[in-house]
Structure formats: structure tokens, C-alpha cells
Design a protein around this ligand. Structure first.
Ligand code: CP
Ligand code: NVA
Length: 308
């Protein structure tokens, strides 16, 4: 079935994809990036974002424009959903106007409510639980750099947050070793680790530690994210000393494989979770990673809209 089986589906979490579908989607993203495939559509994408966004908002918009479609900004500050109109009513109404909807929100259950009340595909554009679109672009970037995914070790350092969750699940599905180094009490959710063990491809595994140096040792990819996510801004200052040992700096990077690359979903707090020198250094692939958001999400929309 491959990519065709994705038509009409939702992507609320990375494991909504099967392993085969994820591989097909990554190949489609590569083909769209190289220009081998140039699908065209006149569809309308809605963006309903309860949180700020640069990359996700602009990459979805650019991707849909490149496909020939249109984009509607449904920001809650300019729509009735921001004044309390129920999600189930909003979803049913939007379903009559537009073809596909990307939602950035807090609760995963709100995404499910959108999906339950709309026939069109609903995409998780980041929730407190997961950031699946990010991880598709990350896997595309890693594959471009190493020519493969299975057998590589990716080390995530910092907060066991939404990005960590999707990286763990997506990584093990592709047969990678995902090491996660967090301070105690900031580990990824136990249910995500359990799910990762259930859905891992052969060779895929997750390893948890609170030791950043041991986690970086020999790793092919070092990955980090902010220490306080959107909605946790009040906690940012108090977290700095707790997370300081998990900073990606040149000393930590020196422990990784000599060919290792560095990824960050962005936006970064330079000087906190990652230093300027590493961000600007020769092992950084941050800008390719950001570019791939557009290709990966274009592939996702093409697949969910049944354009291939
Ligand atoms: N990485 C990411 O999702 O960035 P934005 O918050 O700018 O969309
Ligand atoms: N963990 C971050 C990711 C931002 C793209 C957040 O949720 O704010």
C-alpha cells in the first residue's frame, strides 16, 4: 500500500505512521526536495496555532503555495475559537471550507477532538506531547547526512519534552538507538518509553541516562531543544542551573563520533542549551534541518491529501 494508505488520514502523533509509511514519506520528501516529483493541487490548508511559530507556520505555508494551493491563517486571536467556541463545532465548520488543517496546541486530547469532528486530515503542528512534523524533517536531515538511519545513535540532551518524545518514537521506528540524557525528574514520559519498546524496528532502542557525557560518547547525532518549552516560561530561570551540564558545547561534542552532526529544532536559546560556537560550527546542520521542515511537511500534505 505504501504512501497511498495515508490518504485521508490524520497525523496526531509520529506513531500514527507505520514503519513502512514513514520510510515512504521520507522518500517522498527527498523526491520533492530534488524536484523529481512536482505534484500540483488547488487545496486549502488551515493553520490554527494556539502558540507562536516561525518555522512550522512558514514552512507549511510555503509548501502549500509551492503545491499550488492556498493557506488560511486561523489564529485563535482572530477566530471564534479564541473566544471559547467549542473545538467540535469549529472542526465541523472548518471541515466544510478547507481541505486540511494543521493545529498547534497544548493538549493532545484537543487534537483528537479536532480529528473526531472533521473528516479532513488533521496534522499535529506541535502539542505538549509530541512534535511529529519536526521529527520527519530531522530524520530526513539525518538520512541526507549519513545515507541511512538504521544503526545510527542519536543522543538527545535536555528536557524530556514533546520533541524528545517524537524523536524517541520516530528514531526507534527507523532502527536507531535513541539515547536520552536528562536531569532526574525531567525524563520523557514513561508511557512514551513503553510505546517505543513496543513499536521499535529490529535494532531500534531507547536508552535513558542522567549522564550527558556518557550519552554523547561515540554518538552520530547530538540533538537538543530549549530547557523550558512554550507554556513553561515561568520555569525558565530556575531550570538553568539544573540543565547546565546538558548544554551542547565543544567539550561535549568532542566526545561524539568525529563525523557527528548537531541538530536543534529551533528556536534556540544561544548560550543555554547550545553554544554559539557549536551552532555556527562545522558540525551544525541546523539550517538544513530547518529547511527540511518544508520538504517533509509538503510530503505529508501530498500523502494525506492523496495527491500521489
Ligand atoms: N521547530 C519549530 O517548530 O519551530 P517554530 O516554533 O518556529 O515553528
Ligand atoms: N519544546 C519546544 C519546541 C518548540 C519548537 C516547545 O514546545 O516550546
Amino acid at each position: 500500500m505504501g504512501i497511498k494508505a495515508l490518504a485521508g488520514r490524520d497525523l496526531l502523533a509520529i506513531a500514527d505512521l507505520t514503519i513502512e509509511e514513514m520510510k515512504s514519506l521520507l522518500q517522498l520528501a527527498a523526491d520533492l526536495k530534488s524536484g523529481v516529483l512536482k505534484p500540483h493541487c488547488q487545496k486549502i490548508l488551515g493553520l490554527l496555532f494556539y502558540k507562536a511559530s516561525t518555522r512550522t507556520r512558514v514552512s507549511f505555508t510555503a509548501a502549500m503555495y509551492q503545491l499550488g494551493g492556498q493557506v488560511l491563517d486561523l489564529n485563535p486571536s482572530v477566530t471564534q475559537v479564541g473566544r471559547g467556541e467549542p473545538i467540535q463545532d469549529t472542526a465541523r465548520v472548518l471541515d466544510r471550507y478547507i481541505d486540511i488543517l494543521a493545529v498547534r496546541t497544548f493538549k493532545q486530547t484537543d487534537l483528537q477532538t479536532f480529528a473526531d469532528h472533521a473528516k479532513m486530515p488533521i496534522i499535529n503542528a506541535l502539542s505538549d506531547l509530541e512534535h511529529p512534523c519536526q521529527i520527519l524533517a530531522d530524520l530526513q536531515t539525518i538520512k541526507e547526512c549519513f545515507g541511512k538511519l538504521a544503526g545510527l545513535t542519536v543522543t538527545y540532551l535536555g528536557d524530556g519534552n514533546n520533541v524528545a518524545h517524537s524523536l524517541i518514537l520516530g528514531g526507534v521506528m527507523m532502527g536507531m538507538t535513541v539515547r536520552v540524557a536528562t536531569p532526574k525528574n525531567y525524563e520523557p514520559l514513561a508511557e512514551i518509553i513503553q510505546q517505543a519498546q513496543q513499536i521499535a524496528a529490529p535494532g531500534g532502542k531507547v536508552e535513558l541516562t542522567d549522564d550527558p557525557k556518557a550519552a554523547a560518547q561515540g554518538s552520530h547525532i547530538l540533538y537538543t531543544d530549549v530547557w523550558a518549552s512554550m507554556g513553561q516560561e515561568d520555569l525558565a530561570d530556575s531550570r538553568i542551573p539544573i540543565f547546565q551540564p546538558y548544554q551542547i558545547n565543544q567539550e561535549l561534542l568532542a566526545l561524539a563520533d568525529p563525523e557527528a552532526i548537531v541538530l536543534h529544532c529551533l528556536p534556540a536559546h544561544r548560550g543555554e542549551e547550545i553554544t554559539d560556537a557549536v551552532m555556527e560550527g562545522p558540525q551544525s546542520r541546523l539550517w538544513d534541518q530547518a529547511e527540511n521542515r518544508m520538504h517533509a511537511q509538503k510530503a505529508l500534505m501530498v500523502a494525506l491529501l492523496g495527491l500521489v
